[in-house]
Design a binder for this molecule. Structure first.
Ligand SMILES: [Zn+2]
Length: 165
């Protein structure tokens, strides 16, 4: 078994859609970034890559590359999941927290869990999404940005390997 951890932060700005865990959420501001800036999905990708010992998302989707401009982050997650499967790993569970002051995200958490689980081809009960406000402190509390953290546990499918591999 291997554990992985991911963290991401993006600035809030006007004129962008707010997308978290692949779900578009009505809000006066969205997250700024080269991709769709889905901060939760980016943290999840980094947790999975970390568990595999495969560096981070920037290695595979560099923000300097114009072909990834405004890319749907679920596509990135799909690529990471493909890598996971190819390497013979399975996901045990994934736990995440979004750090955001506004809007109220509670009504959207179940949809985010379902969306992430469907890309990862697992049951939604293996994916947990929580939200924490910034208590009006710092960049989160002042609504200058949103951050996310994710931790995951993966396992090797032992039975698919030879006795000495
Ligand atoms: Zn990001």
């Amino acid at each position: 078994m291997r554990v992985g951890f991911g963290y991401d932060v993006h600035a809030l700005c006007a004129g962008r859609a707010l997308i978290l865990g692949g779900i578009t959420i009505p809000h006066s501001q969205g997250l700024h970034g080269h991709s769709d800036a889905d901060v939760l999905t980016h943290a999840v990708c980094d947790a999975l890559l970390g568990a595999m010992g495969e560096g981070d998302l920037g290695t595979y989707f560099p923000s300097s590359d114009p072909q990834f401009k405004n890319i749907d982050s679920l596509q990135m997650l799909q690529a990471v999941h493909q890598k996971l499967t190819q390497r013979g790993y399975g996901l045990i569970n994934l736990d995440t927290v979004i750090m955001a002051e506004a809007p109220r995200l509670g009504p959207y958490l179940a949809d985010m869990q379902k969306q992430l689980a469907s890309v990862l081809c697992v049951s939604p009960d293996l994916v947990n999404v929580k939200v924490k406000s910034g208590d009006k402190l710092g960049i989160i509390g002042r609504q200058e940005g949103m951050a996310a953290q994710a931790v995951c546990l993966i396992h090797t499918e032992q039975h698919e390997m030879g006795p000495h591999s």
